[in-house]
Design a protein around this ligand. Sequence first.
Ligand code: NAD
Length: 486
Amino acid sequence: MTDYLTKLFIDGTWQDAAAGETFPVLDPATGLEIARVADANADDMTRAIDGAEAAQPAWAALPALERSKIIRRAAEIARADIQRLAEVMTAEHGKPVAQSIGELNYGLDFLEWFAEEGRRTYGTTVPSTGPDKRITAIRQAAGVSVAITPWNFPSLQILRKLGAALAAGCSMVVKPAALTPISALEIGRFFAEAGLPAGVLQVVTSSKASRVSPTIMADSRVRVLSFTGSTEVGKILMREGAATMKRLSLELGGHAPFIVFDDADVDHALEQLVAVKMRNMGQTCVSANRIFVQRGIAPEFTRRLVERLSAMPIGLGSEEGVEVGPLIEDAAVQKVEAHVADAVASGASVATGGKRPTHESLANGHFYEPTVLTGVTDDMLVARDETFGPVAPIFEFDTEEEVVRRANNSPYGLAAYFFTRDVNRVVRVSEALQYGTVGANDGTISAVQAPFGGVKESGIGREGGHWGMEEYMDTKYISLAGLTRP
Ligand code: NAD
C-alpha cells in the first residue's frame, strides 16, 4: 500500500491531531479507503496560527531574492517528483493521471512566477507638498494568511494562493478540503525539503470546516483569508470576516456561458468546448455550463459534440488512456442526476449519456457518462444552478442582443466564452459580458500572469499576475516632514 502523508504539518514538524482523531480518505473510483488523516480541531488550528504568527516577521524580513530561491527550489523538488504526486492526487480525487500532472505543472508555474514577482513589489515616491516633506508609499506583507480550498484542484488551488502569499512575505495556514487532504500535505513536504523556515507554512487537515473555521475567523492575527469554494460558504465567510475586518479574497461559484455564433470557426469552438467542458469531469468553476449555439448551426454542432463526448473513454484515472474519471463523491453524481431529470421532465432530450455507466468494473465508483442535452430552456435547473459535472446542455439562440442578455442573466460572473469571426462583434460582446474573465475564441483561459477572478456573486479579488500579489500586501503611506538643508 502506498505510504501516504497523514499528519498535520505545523511548525515544520509532522504532528498527530491534539485529540488523536483521524478521518478516512476515500478513492472515488473504487469507494475504498486509502488512508486515515489527522482530524484537526480548534486547538490544532490555534497552534498553527501561533506558529504562523511567530514565523512571519522573519520571513518578511528576508530579502525577496532569498524568499524567491526557496519558493523556486520547492517547485523544482515537486517537478522532479511529479509522477508520484500525480498518482497521489488521482488516488484521492479520481481525475486521470495526465490531468493530475497538468494540474501540478500549472500550480508549480504559479510558484515560479510569484517567486519572480516577489522581487518586484515596488513602492512609489509621490511629489510632496513642500521642500521639507517626502511622500512615499511602500508595500508590505499583510501578515498571517489562511487559505481555505476546495477539492476540485487539490494542489493548484493551494499553490496559486501560497506562491503569492510567500512571495509577498506572508506566512500561511492551509485548510484543504476534507475530500483531498493528502495532496495538500505533500505541498508541506516539498516546501520543508526546500528549506522553508518552520512555521511559514502550516497544513491543517480537518474532517469538517466547523471544527476549525470559527477559530480562524475569530482570530484577529489572521489578516488575509483567501477562500476558493462555493458562493454559499463565501457569503458566510464574508459575514464572519467582518468581526476582525479580515482582508478577503473570494473565488466562488460560476455558471459559464459558452456562445457559438454562426460565423465562428466551428472546428475550433468544438475543440475548445470539449476541453473546457470535460476537464476534471466538468467539476470546475469555469466549466461551460450553458452552451448557447446559434440556431442555424445548432443541429450539426450538437451532432459533432455528441460524437466527441460519447467516444471519450471512462474509467479509473490511474488507467492509461482514460479521459473521464469518477466524480468526487456520490452526492455529486446525485446532483447531476437531479439536473438531468429536471431538464427531461421539462421537455429536454438526452442526446447521449444521461446515466451512470453500467460497466461492472465501475460499479463502486462515482461515475457518470458524458451527457448532451438538447431542447434546453432558461427555466430548467441546468440553466440556473452550477451542475459541476459532465453535462453539456445546448440552448439555441437567434440574435447577438438576445444571447448576451441571456448569458448575463445569472447571479454568477466568473468566466464566459464566445466564438465568432467578426472582429467588431469580438469587441462588442467582450465588453458586454458581465464576467470577470472572458475567452474570445478561447476556451483555455488559464494563465499564471493573468488576473483570474469573478464579478457579482462569483467573488472578489483576483488570483494570478501582479494582481494576485495585491491580495497579500498592504500599502503604507509614509509622510516624512521637517527635512532641512544646510
Ligand atoms: P465548499 O464551499 O463546500 O468548500 C470549499 C472549502 O470550504 C472546503 O475546504 C470546505 O471544507 C470549506 N468550508 C465549507 N464550509 C465552510 C464554512 N462554513 N466555513 C469555513 N470553511 C468552510 O466548496 P466545494 O464543494 O469544495 O467546491 C466546489 C465549489 O467551489 C463550486 O461552487 C465551485 O464553483 C467553486 N470553485 C470556485 C473556483 C474559483 O476560482 N472561483 C475554483 C474552484 C471551485
